[in-house]
Design a protein around this ligand. Sequence first.
Ligand SMILES: NC(=O)C1=CN([C@@H]2O[C@H](COP(=O)(O)OP(=O)(O)OC[C@H]3O[C@@H](n4cnc5c(N)ncnc54)[C@H](O)[C@@H]3O)[C@@H](O)[C@H]2O)C=CC1
Ligand SMILES: NCC(=O)COP(=O)(O)O
Length: 336
Amino acid sequence: MGIPALAVSLGDPAGVGPELIGAAWALRNSAALPPFFAVGGAQLLAAAGKTRGLTLPIEIIADPAEASVVFPRALPVLGHDDAPYCPGAPDKDGARLALGSLRKAAQLAVAGQAAGVVTGPIAKARLAEVGFTFPGQTEFVAHASGTAAENAVMLLAGPNLRTVPLTVHCSLASVPGQISIDLICNRSRITAASLQRDFGIANPRLAICALNPHAGEDGRFGDEEQRIIAPAIALLRAEGIDATGPHPADSLFSPHARDSFDVALCMYHDQALIPLKALDFDNGVNMTLGLPIVRTSPDHGTAFAIAGKGLANPGATLAAIRMAGDAAMRRRSKSA
Ligand SMILES: NC(=O)C1=CN([C@@H]2O[C@H](COP(=O)(O)OP(=O)(O)OC[C@H]3O[C@@H](n4cnc5c(N)ncnc54)[C@H](O)[C@@H]3O)[C@@H](O)[C@H]2O)C=CC1
Ligand SMILES: NCC(=O)COP(=O)(O)O
């Protein structure tokens, strides 16, 4: 029996998520995408597709197992949950639909009825208004799959770069207090194992960023490098992990330096996401490492201002679906 289809959650219905699901289905052959189905939103997806000039054949399915058969001729949509299409105007009904779609997609992946989950972009503040208590979809999917939040690691991956933010959705002021030897070692171990398992990199090279300018300049601009980051790197190296650093972050992303590592572990969100989005915005994928299930997402957000205008680039959604399919295949072939 083949691998099941991927479950794709809608994201916020007022954002670019729904139109990009339709665009991905329309490009499925040229983009060599694995089979996927959307979780809910049949009317919404049809209306969003129209804004891009697409008349999408949509078939509602009752069981994810039907998706792979339907996929070549129509966009499979699981179930009847729906909402009106109001691009650029998020509301609570839409947030509830987004949350229900995310929850169901994650459940199906956990149950093995989907090969993995690809999450459409949500606005965290909108979902919080309808009871979403997690900082983001990363922590939600970790919880749904029985994984401790500290073991769910955010990877941003594009054709030119992979980065991991070691701290994520928190204030910049809280970052120095959150960085510890345990945090760096735990997330580095998960990253190294995931690059082997999901990307087939036998001996991943991890570049660990400094926190301070010039890696602290021998303690003149901060001592986190000496107290925390260098000792963590020494521990990782003693375990056989190819970790280097602390690297001054300003030069780590130059074309020459990028050849010297497979992933950069960064101390805070923007240190990781700025270079990734500068280089690979239209093909960037957010993947959660350390889970028993595969989860990816496009790197971008809801982009409310351009939703429904035919302007949103589908590249990151295509890349997220493809990466999830590749990872699921690798896991499947290893366990066979
Ligand atoms: N994976 C997810 O669920 C993510 C969700 N977000 C959420 O999205 C909301 C908006 O966040 P922003 O920081 O404004 O980021 P954003 O990615 O939504 O928009 C940033 C800029 O990029 C443009 N853009 C985004 N996607 C595009 C695409 N596919 N093609 C062309 N242009 C595109 C937008 O028009 C805007 O100018 C926030 O509520 C945030 O929480 C942000 C990042 C990821
Ligand atoms: N900046 C990345 C982002 O917001 C995605 O977060 P998540 O919802 O995937 O946890």
